[in-house]
Design a protein around this ligand. Sequence first.
Ligand SMILES: [Fe+2]
Length: 200
Amino acid sequence: MEVLTIRVGNDNFSYLIIEGNRASLVDPGVDPDEALVLIKKRDLKLDHVIATHHHDDHTHSIQDVVDRTGAFVIASEQCSSLMGGVDRIVKEGDLIRLGGLKIEVMETPGHTEGGICLIVGNTYLITGDTLFMGDCGRCDLPGGSLSEMFSSLQRLKQLDDRLVVFPGHDYGPEPYDTLKNQMRTSGVLLASSLSEFSRL
Ligand SMILES: [Fe+2]
């Protein structure tokens, strides 16, 4: 298994998960060309496109990817109702299979209703706009909720801290880090109560 990071748009990260000759593309963003070139160059079959949430900077090119590859679109129910064109709806605990690889779905609302994180092969944690390096996604957009974000972050803290966090934006200082390091250093993960979290 391999996960390739592709920078798209201003500062979005898209992820190409590869298992054998099959691939899954997470959040292709505004421009899928680099991902599609990689897929072609490595002679991969794109099984699915997964949206962590419906925001346009993550999902804009999904239809283009589908038209060019025939990939299946996977998203949560709320995300599906907001953006349409979804072939498979996933919920908490569901497994997305890519060849022999398992990608587990976690529902992590807070930035948006229906936002999800993906645990890839017990190694990587793709967090969309739920968790960034040293920060979390904003909660003041439609469908956002500070208390749901706090709950989602508490659930991420229960995961295996050796997971490597792959965020949805390049908000630095590093593009990725272990969950363990982020739990030691990130204020949004160190906050122990909703009132403390809401003061950040
Ligand atoms: Fe977003």
